[in-house]
Design a protein. Structure first.
Length: 399
């Protein structure tokens, strides 16, 4: 059935066309490795002039060659696989601009300035005739749900819209964004995607992993907006879990996909709604050994803090204003603020790291520390005010 759906979706592609596939990177749990070989065989039979791959890694570090081949599941692939370099001006082209009036309208006034739209040069008009977007949809802290146009922005975008969308997600409030389809960020990135001239075909799945086994719940193909929205409705049923209450302490056994806090912060994004005010989130992840290969220095310099505090930092730091995606990350991981007894804004709950990060690093970035070797989380399961969450960062937990 999957083979037939993919072949039908690609039937509009004609012999001699140049085709580019955009795929997720290793931090995303998806089944591109199952769909891509089907597309490759079909396009080879079709007689396309070229079939290449661009990794939508955003600002993440590149995958190894072995990881790329594993992601596409196609050891015999004959095309080129390109990394996206968001920070290399020579690798980007300008598609146009989202005007101040348009951004103000799309974001409800949260952003009121024009935003240049730059993207990987492989998306320049005339380079490829058709773009295939492979990817999965899950709840997401910046856009509401992952998938759709998000694979362009920030997946293969330049820094301007990448920074803007991340900060926009923070300004809108993570609790008002995550798990919702119509968000200011979604409206902005879809407006930017309208500037791409190539035909776009979406192959949007909904998958979940249990005990190491990947299960596909749905596959939607065709128009990128429509496929995304249909996938989000299924994801809402698959990836959102309801607890009916909040907990004083949540222990997040972090999904092994997340080996740095830049992506491992999903444990906080996706569990924050069920943690009591003044409670604690313990992130257990011996495999997490760094804050971020790309952004670690700035994260250490400024530290995690609620949105209100991060906005104060922006007022005095040109450096942080130039790196709004980092500012957003600091606020998203902190999740939300509250007033303490002295009238100061403090995080709504404490985050304690039982990971491969050392204590000094944790303290520098305003996080607690616990030696993971001493954490016996199994003994906590019977405590009525504690919830243990396996594979944390995948599913969104709400009351």
């Amino acid at each position: 059935m999957i083979t037939e759906i993919v072949r039908q979706a690609l039937a509009v592609i004609q012999p001699g066309e140049r085709v580019l596939a955009i795929i997720p990177d290793k931090t995303r749990d998806d089944n591109t490795h199952e769909l891509f070989p089907v597309a490759d065989r079909f396009l080879t039979e079709r007689g396309v002039a070229a079939f290449d791959v661009l990794v939508a890694q955003g600002t993440h570090p590149p995958m190894s060659e072995a990881q790329k081949l594993a992601k596409i599941g196609d050891a015999d692939f004959g095309g080129s696989i390109f990394d996206h370099r968001w920070d290399e001006p020579g690798e980007l082209i300008a598609l146009g601009e989202l005007s101040a009036d348009l951004t103000r309208d799309l974001t409800g006034g949260l952003i009121d300035q024009a935003v240049p739209v730059t993207i990987n040069k492989l998306l320049a008009p005339g380079v490829y005739d058709t773009v295939l977007v492979f990817g999965a949809t899950v709840p997401h802290e910046v856009a509401g749900f992952a998938g759709g146009a998000k694979y362009f922005f920030p997946g293969v975008a330049g820094p301007e819209l990448t920074h803007t969308t991340h900060w926009l997600g923070a300004l809108a409030g993570i609790e008002n964004v995550i798990g919702r389809v119509d968000t200011p960020t979604r409206r902005l990135i879809e407006a930017a995607a309208d500037l791409i001239s190539a035909r776009i075909i979406s192959l949007n799945t909904v998958v979940s992993r249990s005990d190491g086994v990947l299960k596909m719940y749905a596959l939607f193909t065709g128009d990128i907006r429509d496929a995304f929205r249909r996938a989000a409705e299924v994801s809402r049923q698959v990836h959102i879990r309801y607890t009916g209450r909040k907990y004083k302490r949540v222990v997040a056994l972090l999904d092994p996909h997340y080996d740095e806090l830049w992506v491992g912060g999903k444990a906080s994004y996706k569990l924050g709604a069920i943690i009591e005010e003044g409670g604690e989130l313990i992130i257990y992840a011996p495999h997490l050994t760094r804050l971020s290969e790309t952004h670690g220095a700035l994260i250490e310099k400024y530290g995690y803090a609620p949105l209100e505090s991060v906005r104060d930092m922006l007022g005095v730091s040109p450096e942080l204003r130039e790196n709004l995606c980092i500012a957003a990350h600091l606020a998203h991981v902190a999740y939300a603020g509250r007033l303490d007894e002295h009238g100061r804004i403090v995080p709504r709950y404490q985050i304690t790291m039982a990971t491969g990060l050392d204590e000094a690093t944790c303290r520098r970035v305003n996080l607690g520390y616990l030696d993971y070797c001493t954490l016996d989380y199994e003994s906590m399961r019977s405590h009525p005010d504690t919830l243990i969450v396996a594979d944390a960062g995948r599913d969104l937990y709400q009351i």
